[in-house]
Write a new protein. Structure first.
Length: 423
């Protein structure tokens, strides 16, 4: 009974195919080895084509970076050819070379897309160089060249996977480091370090904010909410061409915005709508005055009643800021002016407080007040008489009108017009 043959055929045929495969591999190795003397020429070709494909990047990149990229291309070609020729560099494993390149490009700020394009172009140029070898003794037939191409593109997938992972990991690490450095710098500025030349130099390097450049501080109490008071404020500002830097400090979410040509009103418009209470203060002295701007913006946000969502400029909340700075004086002011009105029944108190606020906003004009309140002018005159009798104040007196307006602001009835002194 004859011995059963294996699936691959008789042993002598299997050995014959293995010998032919080994011979083919040897011819390929000799082909790649023949390219080693042309390493610099191949690297120059890759570099020239990269420059042709992305001239803007090469024009803007500093000379030292361009030199490093060119050197790296040359080293990658050399290592690649040695490995393909069966003479790998024992001190530099291919995966380590690719991983180091991914990290280095991330540290240099070279995009992942440009890095991967260089690897793809390099693989194409290497295969093209093999195709152009004019040496019949190498025995590189079409089948071997196709096999070489398939192997190069398969290896390219592995290269790209290693480079992508290394580049992304390094980018994340750098982002965390830069974010930590930015937050530390913002803390020092809030603590009043803006006048320190060393801090000013760091602000210029880390934040790109030059000394004396006007900046705004945006502050928002977190108010025990899971939502941020401002949603995607940095994205909205970036779309408007403004960078911003953010931090959380003692329950307050705050940010710095270099103003450039942006006006405070335009900044407020960009920040709306808000989800919580937000104050905005401008430092025309730049980072030197940022600590004061932080305090003012925080206090301005705190003048907004809890539960309301609004963005306010400090300059629009000056009376509220003054009152909040001295709670005892504010309480005394309310007691001495609005106390009798607040002591009435809920309905009557509300009617008279609304009428008082409207009278002040309308410069004590009974006619305009009646139009706003949709009532008869005589009704307004009657209520005006009641208010003056109960409070002992004369609304035609600039001083009394100012005191009443401030008291209304203190109790949250702040819509009394731009200038309560006008009559």
């Amino acid at each position: 009974m004859s011995r059963a043959l294996g699936a691959d055929g008789p042993p002598h045929r299997v050995l014959g195919r293995a010998a032919r495969a080994d011979a083919a591999e040897e011819r390929l190795r000799r082909g790649w080895e023949a390219l080693i003397p042309y390493t610099d020429e191949i690297a120059d070709t890759i570099n020239a084509r990269l420059r042709h494909n992305d001239p803007e990047w090469f024009e803007q990149a500093p000379p030292e970076l361009l030199a490093d990229v060119h050197h790296s291309i040359r080293e990658h070609v050399r290592h690649g050819l040695l490995t393909l020729a069966g003479r790998p560099d024992g001190d530099h494993r291919p995966a380590d070379v690719w991983r180091d390149a991914g990290r280095r490009r991330a540290r240099q700020g070279v995009s992942l897309e440009l890095t991967l394009n260089a690897y793809t172009l390099g693989a194409r140029v290497l295969w093209q160089a093999l195709l152009e070898l004019d040496d019949p003794d190498l025995g590189l037939d079409d089948g071997l060249l196709v096999m070489a191409g398939q192997r190069i593109w398969r290896d390219l997938d592995v290269q790209n996977a290693v480079v992508i992972d290394a580049h992304r990991r390094e980018s994340v690490r750098l982002a965390r480091r830069d974010h930590h450095r930015q937050q530390g710098l913002l803390d020092r500025l809030v603590d009043g370090g803006g006048a320190d030349p060393a801090v000013a130099a760091e602000a210029a390097a880390v934040l790109g904010v030059t000394p004396g450049e006007p900046v705004a501080c945006i502050a928002a109490p977190l108010d025990d909410s899971l939502d941020e008071p401002l949603r995607a404020a940095d994205d909205r500002l970036e779309r408007a061409g403004r960078g911003s830097f953010w931090h959380v400090r003692r329950g307050t979410h705050f940010g710095m915005v270099p103003m450039g040509s942006l006006t405070p009103d335009e900044l407020v418009t960009l920040l709306r709508p808000a989800v919580g209470r937000v104050g905005v203060a401008l430092s025309t002295d730049g980072i030197v005055g940022f600590a004061s701007a932080y305090q003012l913006a925080t206090r301005a946000a705190q003048t907004i009643p809890r539960g309301q969502a609004e963005v306010v400029l400090v300059s629009d909340r000056l009376p509220e800021l003054m009152l909040s700075a001295s709670p005892d004086v504010s309480a005394l002011l309310v007691q001495e002016t609005l106390g009798p009105l607040l002591g009435l029944g809920d309905h009557q108190s509300e009617v008279l407080l609304t009428t008082l606020a409207t009278l002040i906003r309308c410069n004590v004009s009974p006619t305009r007040t009646a139009e706003e309140l949709y009532c008869h002018r005589n009704t307004v005159l009657y209520r005006l008489q009641q208010i003056e009798q109960l409070t002992g104040r004369d609304l035609h007196s600039a001083r009394d009108r100012l005191l009443l307006a401030l008291a209304l602001i203190a109790v949250g009835r702040g819509d009394v017009g731009a200038d309560p002194l006008l009559g």
